[in-house]
Every structure is written in structure tokens, then in C-alpha cells.
Design a binder for this molecule. Structure first.
Ligand SMILES: [Zn+2]
Length: 455
């Protein structure tokens, strides 16, 4: 049984660093710089753009540019008032030099990833063994919970008589993915507070680990794609609440797992946040549970051009309606074309003479009745969608109807999402969930579309 250390899910140390912490730092070009070497004094905090900003006092007295033309450091270790820290995924730097006067010369670094609570003497490389993301509020989506609640009413009334909650450690589930990486999902629980004011925390954890230490970005990639999937399910960016990481160290028997924070996983994005966490478009079980998550990450790896138009909006924000339509149409074009050499469905085109239904018809026909019943008239929809796409591409003077464009783009986006998720599920459950089971999310779009298309 795994017992959590008391600081689990309470990222005070991360919070303290975000607020700002002073310490000694060792920027290392490729490998960690030895802690026995002279450190640099500095201040680390979270900047407004959700990057970690490290400002070091430049105490050298040479006139030489301190950076020269060398590459960015891959790792910066630090001994701070908040404990040992590692900065990884360093994305920028700058400097201000002053000579004489009352200003100090400084070096600045910006990084996306932070690990806190490490013994920096043990750090062997910029690589990591595992990173884990913790989420609150998605345990039912993942189908994994460490707590079971039981409510009982008085006989024949709806007055509550008793309430019990059982928290138990759930076995971890794991699956190997490419490159020696392993995806691990688990549910934890923790109880705190005085006896008359208990707090039960039971987040789920989604982790990626490897026996041999790997570049952080390599382990982070599947976690980002799974976060995209969760955001797609809830139609809004779902930020991870907290994280843990195991850096590359000699002694693998850590007393507690260091905290991990990453701006890509945990900071709010430019996209819309989740509005409704109650009823997602689909659940993880609909795509095959953990095995489905693994298949989704491999689909993203091989066919990012098809995936991008449906998930990028949650990180970057929504584009204008014409751009959204072009992007999703290009995604459909890519997905159908990728299957033309090997499958029958991708070669079928609308048989009606003079029709220009394009690949929108092909994909709609492939997804089949859930979409057809939802949209009402596949042919009219496909003609409108594909001809708008062609006009946007080829007619510079085309007078864009933004609202119609937006409705067509959103419906095509659901179609492409359903097709990709059906593939991941290896059955048609996702398309049924999206078009038949998510009426509360899609009815407005459907009504508006039918009005615009006259169907
Ligand atoms: Zn047609």
C-alpha cells in the first residue's frame, strides 16, 4: 500500500517559489553544474506570463558578454529558502549590464518547468524518470476514484439519515507506450482537518514514467495530449492542479517525491476554461479506458495534423470563423487522404452529379448514422461546408458570412472529433456519445445549423 507523504497535494513549496524565493543557483549547459563550483546569487519567481523567471546577480567584472554565443542551459539547479530546486525547459534569457552607478548587472532566465524538494547534490542529468499530473474534478471522467459515498434517507422520505464515505487506495493501472515510456493512472485520497470539519481530497493522477531517465519534454508529451483529450471532452481547457516528478538521481529511493510544476500543464491557457464539468461529451471508458489513452497519444503522434484543429483552441484560443473552417477542413482532408491508399471508405465520394461535397461527405458517410441523424441532411451540409472551404481558399472576393462559417466549422469539428475518437475506441461508441448522448451540449448548434441550411 502506498502512503502519501503529508505534503502530497499541498503544493506550498511550489507556491512559495511562485511567490518568489532567493537562493544560490548553478546554470548548467548540458549537465548539472557541480554544486561545489561557485554559485550565482539570485531571485526566482513566477512571472506574469506564467514562466518562471530567474534573475541572477552578475558579479563578474569582465566586459565580455556572459552568454557569448553558447546554447541555453538545459538545467539550472538551485539551493533556495524553499529547498532544492531544478529549473528545466529553459526557453529564454537576457541580461542588463551596468558599469558603475547604482544599478546591478543581472542575468535573466525564463523556464517552463520547475521541480522543488530535490537534493541537488544527487542530480545526475537534466533528464527525469517520471512526471505525474494530478487533477481534481475528473475522477468520474477517468472512471477512477478512491472514495465511495453512500447516502441513506429516512424511510419513505427524502430527509437524509446517514452518509458514509469510504476511502481506499486503488491499484495503479499502467500501460507501455512507445519509446520505453509507461502511462500510469491512479486515484489517491487524503483526509485532513479537525474531526468536526474533515476535508477529503481524492485527486486522480496521470503519469508518464521510464526506467531509463528521459528528456522532460519526451515524458511530458503524452501528458499534454491526454490533457488535450480531457479538454476536448469538457470543451474547455482543464488545467492540472498539481504534479510530482522524479529527477535523474543516483539514489532512487526518494523519501518523498518532489513537487513538479509546468506552465504548459498547470497554468491557465489562452483558450476558454471549462464551464460545465458535469456532463462531458464522452468519458475515458468510451474510448477504451487506459488502453484508449495510450492509443490516443499514439494517434496524436502520427496524425497531429488531424488532431490539431480539434484541440489547439483549448491552448491557443479560438481562431476567427473562416480560419477555424479552413483548419478543420484541412484536418478532414488530411485524415481522409491518409486513409485513401489502404481503406475503402476513404475512396468513396458523393455520387450525385454536379455535387461538390468533397471529403466532408466522405467522412460524414464513414461516421454514419449518429452524425446523419444529428445533422438531418448530410448532403446539404457537406455541400455547404466544402464549397465554403473552396471559396475561402480560392475566391479572394468571397463575402464571408461569419456566423454560418462558425456553425459549419463547429459541426465539422465535432464530426472530425467523432471520427478520430471512434478510431481510438476501435468502435462507434464515441460518435454515439457525441451526437446522441450530448444533446445538452449540441442542441443549440444543431438548431442554428438547421435554420441556416434550411433542413
Ligand atoms: Zn453530395
Amino acid at each position: 500500500m502506498e502512503l502519501l507523504d503529508p505534503e502530497a497535494f499541498m503544493p506550498e513549496k511550489i507556491g512559495a517559489v511562485h511567490e518568489g524565493t532567493i537562493g544560490w543557483f548553478w546554470p548548467g549547459q548540458v549537465k548539472p553544474r557541480s554544486w561545489k563550483k561557485e554559485p550565482e546569487r539570485g531571485y526566482l519567481k513566477l512571472a506574469d506570463d506564467n514562466r518562471l523567471q530567474l534573475v541572477l546577480l552578475d558579479e563578474s567584472d569582465s566586459f565580455k558578454d556572459r552568454h557569448g554565443s553558447s546554447a541555453l542551459p538545459r538545467i539550472i539547479t538551485g539551493a533556495t529558502e524553499s529547498g532544492g530546486v531544478l529549473l528545466l525547459d529553459i526557453v529564454g534569457r537576457g541580461s542588463t549590464r551596468s558599469f558603475g552607478g547604482a544599478s546591478a548587472s543581472v542575468l535573466r532566465y525564463r523556464a517552463r518547468s520547475l521541480i522543488v524538494g530535490v537534493d541537488i547534490k544527487e542530480i545526475r542529468s537534466a533528464n527525469v524518470h517520471s512526471i505525474a499530473t494530478h487533477y481534481f474534478g475528473i475522477s468520474s471522467w477517468l472512471g477512477l476514484s478512491a472514495v465511495v459515498e453512500n447516502w441513506q434517507n429516512h424511510n419513505g422520505s427524502n430527509r437524509l439519515k446517514s452518509f458514509t464515505i469510504t476511502a481506499d487506495v486503488q491499484p495503479e493501472q499502467s500501460v507501455m507506450i512507445s519509446g520505453g515510456r509507461e502511462l500510469v493512472i491512479s486515484a489517491h485520497w487524503e483526509v485532513g482537518g479537525p474531526e468536526d470539519r474533515r476535508t477529503v481530497l481524492s485527486p486522480v493522477s496521470i503519469a508518464c514514467q521510464s526506467k531509463s531517465p528521459k528528456h522532460l519534454a519526451y515524458l511530458r508529451y503524452p501528458l499534454l495530449r491526454i490533457q488535450d483529450l480531457i479538454s476536448l471532452a469538457y470543451d474547455g481547457f482543464v488545467a492540472a492542479d498539481d504534479g510530482r516528478a522524479v529527477p535523474h538521481i543516483d539514489n532512487e529511493l526518494l523519501l518523498s517525491t518532489p513537487s513538479y510544476w509546468d506552465s504548459l500543464l498547470m497554468a491557465t491557457s489562452n483558450g476558454d476554461a471549462v464551464k460545465d464539468r458535469d456532463l462531458p461529451y464522452f468519458h475515458c471508458a468510451d474510448i477504451g479506458g487506459l488502453a484508449g489513452l495510450a492509443r490516443w497519444t499514439s494517434l496524436c503522434y502520427r496524425h497531429l495534423r488531424a488532431v490539431r484543429p480539434i484541440v489547439e483552441r483549448y491552448r491557443q484560443g479560438k481562431a476567427s470563423p473562416p480560419l477555424r473552417l479552413m483548419e478543420v477542413a484541412a484536418g478532414i482532408e488530411y485524415w481522409v487522404a491518409a486513409h485513401r491508399p489502404s481503406t475503402q471508405w476513404a475512396r468513396r465520394m458523393c455520387p450525385r452529379r454536379g455535387h461538390r461535397c468533397g471529403y466532408a461527405w466522405t467522412l460524414a458517410t464513414h461516421v454514419g448514422s449518429p452524425f446523419a441523424e444529428w445533422i438531418g441532411d448530410v448532403d446539404t451540409w457537406a455541400q455547404e461546408f466544402w464549397s465554403t472551404y473552396n471559396k475561402l481558399k480560392h475566391e479572394p472576393g468571397y463575402d464571408v458570412d461569419e456566423r454560418k462559417c462558425s456553425l459549419l466549422a463547429e459541426s465539422a469539428l465535432l464530426l472530425l472529433a467523432a471520427a478520430l475518437l471512434n478510431r481510438v475506441a476501435t468502435n462507434k461508441t464515441p460518435s454515439k456519445r457525441i451526437f446522441q448522448g450530448s444533446a445538452h451540449r449540441t442542441w443549440q448548434l444543431r438548431e442554428a445549423l438547421q435554420k441556416v441550411l434550411g433542413t
